[in-house]
Structures are given as structure tokens and as C-alpha cells.
Design a binder for this molecule. Structure first.
Ligand SMILES: [Zn+2]
Length: 360
């Protein structure tokens, strides 16, 4: 009896697996070149379609990209794509395809940024043709949606800075993001934690404030030590901001002060360190919970200037360095770059963006 049930169960499982694989074959997610791990991940994807998975595309090219729909408010959108072989750069009226990073010891991929141009409001569906330097060809389909969004008067789109290149690897603690170096729209940190709910730290927002798990660990230790030494609480005013959040933030500044003034105090979308999930803005009670440079004259601000690097945090926009950093001084804005990097950086007496450009 029990034997019978086991046999039946095994049969049912086998039949289900065959159906699942057949489904994948029909939907084109599986080809003869797929490895077993990819098959497992594809089956998982089928069972749990909401889960975001990295997709390994079929065909002679080994390509990886984030399998998700791009949502944009602009008439262009960017995403990253990795390849084990070098691909030919190309461009058409619909898209531009450019090399952003060559393979390194710790990262054996070529990174590309694909920019989709001239997106109208509504859904879009564009086929990007790829060819490697040996002549193997493949293609990927990019799906997305552009939401309608009203920009401040006189502005039809938020353009990029005139001369910039893409900094593809946002996961690197040494990622350079400034007015010359941009993150693609689809860059999101892998593991984010809620500084209030997960780390039990103070925030001044009713909305969740997120940072990367590694940043959060360092932040928790630093805020704890500061509290013990000063008997004061460090309050976190902002952390991770997605490309779209930054788009809305920047547009808000333009609406209030005009574009020239906005550019001195706010990053355009893709150009913000907050998209990395490693940048945090601090406030405290002493300075009225405001984002103010007066923060550095208070006890917590002075303590950070003295100690933050020991926990891996450094200031991105120091006083009197506007021409190097591109931004006015921000005493409240700190970025986690890791303890070793922070010590090295502190000894350099450079601004963070210049140090990163020399130490990527
Ligand atoms: Zn900030």
C-alpha cells in the first residue's frame, strides 16, 4: 500500500517536471546549451514568477541581465548587461549599446550599458541585437513602461550631465558616482535592510529608510558607540533612493528653486550616491533634526568628523571643495566605503570622488 503511494508520488513528480520543462522549452527559456543550474533556476522562476532572477540568455552568447521590466519616467532608460565574451558596441535610433567595464580579477565579465532611446508614454518592447567580436550573434527583448510624470515648468526631460560615463558596478564599495559617473536606471543594491525595523536605529521619517546590509551593520556599531560616548542619538534622515526616487527628488528641487540652484544641492537621477544604498544623511536633536551644515558644530557632527572613518564612513561633500565634488558642502551626508578604504582615503587628503577615480 505505502509502496504504491510512493510509486504514484514519484510518477506524479516526474510528470510535473516533464510538463514544467516542456513549458520552458516552449517559452524559449531553455535550450540545449543551458546548464543544469540554469534549468533549476528557470524551473524555480516558473514556480515563483514574482521572484526576481538573473536570466542566462540562450544562444551562442553567454549574456546575463536582470530579468525585470524597466520602469521609467524619462524618454530614455538604461540597464546593465554582463557578458563573458567581448561584444561589439552598436547603436541605432532605438538603442545604444556601450562597454562600461572590462573584466577584472574579481569580476570576469564585460559590463555593458544598454540605453533605450525615444520612449513614449506607455509600454515598450524592444529587441536589442548583440554580436560578439567572434561574430556569434544573439538578441534580447527589453520590456518596460514609461509612466506619465509632470516636470516643472519649462522642463521636458531631465537630461544627463554633458560629459559622463557609466559606472556599472554599483556593488563595489569603491563605485564612483559623481557628476561625471552615472549608475544605470536598473542598478539596485542586492540586500537592503530597514534601519528602523531591522536595526532599531532612529529615523525622522514615517517611511522606511533602507541601506545595504553591510552599511547597516557598520551604522549600528557606529551609532551605538556614539550614543555611549555622547549620550546622544544619531538620527537617520535618508538612505537608499532608487533612480525613480531620485528623479522625483531632483524634479522637486527644480520646481522649488530652478535647475541651476537644484544642480548645486541635488543629484540628477543616476548620479546620486544614495542609489548605492551606502550613503546616509544624518540629523540630530541639537540641530533641530534639519539637514544643515550646522550639524558639524554639534557634538554628534564633531564626533563623526573625528571617528566615522574607523567604522568605514567618510564625507562625500566636504567644506570648500565644491569645484572638486560638484556640490555644496553637506555635513550630513556620509558614505560607507568599508573600514580599510576609509582609512586609506582619510590619509589621502583628496575628495572622495577624486580618490575613487584613482583607486577603483
Ligand atoms: Zn545625502
Amino acid at each position: 500500500m505505502i509502496k504504491n503511494i510512493v510509486v504514484k508520488l514519484v510518477l506524479i513528480t516526474l510528470i510535473l517536471a516533464v510538463i514544467a520543462i516542456a513549458g520552458l522549452l516552449i517559452s524559449g527559456q531553455v535550450t540545449g546549451t543551458n546548464k543544469i543550474e540554469e534549468l533549476i533556476s528557470a524551473v524555480k522562476n516558473l514556480i515563483n514568477p514574482d521572484q526576481e532572477q538573473e536570466t542566462v540568455n540562450s544562444g551562442p552568447l553567454e549574456i546575463q541581465y536582470n530579468d525585470k521590466v524597466l520602469v521609467t519616467l524619462q524618454n530614455s532608460a538604461t540597464f546593465t548587461l554582463k557578458s563573458k565574451t567581448e561584444l561589439k558596441e552598436s547603436s541605432s535610433a532605438k538603442y545604444q549599446f556601450n562597454l562600461s567595464q572590462r573584466p577584472k580579477d574579481e569580476d570576469p565579465y564585460y559590463w555593458y550599458v544598454v540605453k533605450i532611446n525615444n520612449i513614449g508614454v506607455g509600454e515598450f518592447n524592444i529587441v536589442v541585437v548583440l554580436e560578439d567580436v567572434n561574430g556569434s550573434a544573439g538578441e534580447i527583448t527589453v520590456k518596460g513602461q514609461r509612466d506619465a510624470y509632470t516636470l516643472p515648468f519649462g522642463l521636458t526631460e531631465i537630461s544627463d550631465w554633458d560629459t559622463f560615463s557609466y559606472t556599472a558596478d554599483g556593488d563595489s564599495l569603491r563605485a564612483l558616482v559623481d557628476k561625471q559617473n552615472k549608475l544605470p536606471l536598473d542598478y539596485e543594491p542586492k540586500q537592503l535592510v530597514d534601519v528602523n525595523k531591522d536595526l532599531l536605529l532612529y529615523t525622522n521619517s514615517s517611511l522606511p529608510i533602507l541601506v545595504t546590509a553591510e552599511t547597516g551593520d557598520a551604522l549600528k556599531v557606529m551609532a551605538g558607540d556614539l550614543q555611549r560616548e555622547l549620550n546622544k542619538n544619531l538620527v537617520i534622515a535618508s538612505g537608499y533612493r532608487s533612480y525613480l526616487d531620485q528623479y522625483r527628488t531632483y524634479a522637486g528641487w527644480v520646481r522649488q528653486y530652478g535647475q541651476d540652484e537644484a544642480d548645486k544641492v541635488s543629484a540628477r537621477p543616476g548620479f546620486s550616491e544614495h542609489q548605492l544604498g551606502t550613503a546616509v544623511d544624518f540629523v540630530d536633536q541639537e540641530t533641530g533634526f534639519d539637514l544643515t551644515n550646522n550639524f558639524e558644530n554639534g557634538a554628534a557632527g564633531r564626533w563623526l568628523m573625528e571617528n566615522a572613518h574607523k567604522y568605514g564612513f567618510v564625507q562625500s561633500y566636504p567644506a570648500g571643495k565644491d569645484s572638486e565634488t560638484g556640490y555644496q558642502h553637506e555635513a550630513w551626508h556620509w558614505r560607507y566605503i568599508g573600514i580599510e578604504n576609509a582609512k586609506e582615503y582619510k590619509d589621502s587628503s583628496l575628495t572622495l570622488n577624486i580618490w575613487l577615480s584613482q583607486n577603483r
